[in-house]
Design a protein around this ligand. Structure first.
Ligand code: NAI
Length: 245
């Protein structure tokens, strides 16, 4: 167990990649705090983590609301006394070509995917700075590196995470806090399930390893970056895409 008795917050941890990250960290000995807006899925993950014998707190909190995030951090400290790991995973898509993209589609995606990361990172950093230790990992995307038709809002938000990560890594390094980002390629989850089959087939042709990624592939990398084994890595964006980019 490489994360024995750590305390980890995972945003968007009730389903998809976030759920797999939460389960993987718990199997490695970490207690979990799950932040999500899907109450039904929160109840399910709470049971699953309990079955693994770890402590779990679940919060029905929207990452776009700083006050809700701060309250969640305070309650976590009350109950679990420290925060070792923050995984910024909550994210959404609202795809449309630029000329058809509604202002609210732009605002919503930037709010969840980028401001959400700012809110959680800011609230948790205060705690980690006092502790003089911590690991922050944010889930960006290869779309933030290469762009994509119909995803100007999503690409901007995911590129924003990269700039934020590199800046915060420099600010927090003197306090022994590691800050990194992961850029996954195509990972099979509910988010990607709605992509039409013909587009999926085209994407597959561009993946040298010849297969889509699984949430577990991302969770394995998160587990490593959140552990002491990765303590000399900071300010990095690590791509996990079967060789696509
Ligand atoms: P998903 O849609 O299956 O899960 C996202 C989770 O975030 C859900 O549980 C949802 O309820 C939660 N969430 C949404 N808005 C929230 C808010 N305002 N506050 C708190 N929680 C909120 O998506 P998936 O595929 O698991 O993606 C997870 C992350 O990985 C996202 O940031 C996504 O952009 C990123 N990603 C996904 C890829 C993929 O191929 N699936 C590829 C690259 C990045």
């Amino acid at each position: 167990m490489i994360l024995k008795d750590k305390v980890a917050i995972v945003t968007g941890g009730a389903r998809g990649i976030g759920r797999e990250i939460a389960l993987t960290l718990a199997r490695e000995g970490s207690d979990l705090v799950i932040v999500d807006v899907d109450n039904q899925a929160l109840t399910k993950i709470e049971e699953e983590i309990k079955e693994l014998g770890r402590q779990i707190l679940v919060f029905s909190v929207d990452v776009t609301a700083l006050s809700q995030v701060e309250e969640m951090v305070n309650k976590t400290l009350d109950k679990l006394k420290k925060i070792d790991i923050l995984i910024n995973n909550a994210g959404i898509t609202r795809d449309a070509l630029l000329i058809r993209m509604k202002e609210e589609d732009w605002d919503k995606v930037l709010a969840v995917n980028l401001k959400g990361v700012f809110n959680c990172t800011k609230a948790v950093s205060k705690v980690m700075m006092k502790q003089r230790s911590g690991k922050i990992v944010s889930i960006s995307s290869i779309i933030g590196l290469i762009g994509n038709v119909g995803q100007a809002n999503y690409a901007a938000s995911k590129a924003g995470i990269i700039g934020l990560t590199k800046s915060v890594a420099k600010e927090l390094a003197p306090r022994g806090i590691n800050v990194n980002a992961i850029a996954p390629g195509f990972i099979q989850t509910e988010m990607t399930a709605s992509i039409p089959e013909n587009i999926k087939a085209k994407m597959l042709e561009r993946i040298p390893l010849g297969k889509f990624g699984q949430p577990q592939d991302v969770a394995n990398l998160v587990m490593f970056l959140a552990s002491e084994k990765a303590s000399y890595i900071t300010g990095q964006v690590i791509t996990i895409d079967g060789g696509m980019v």
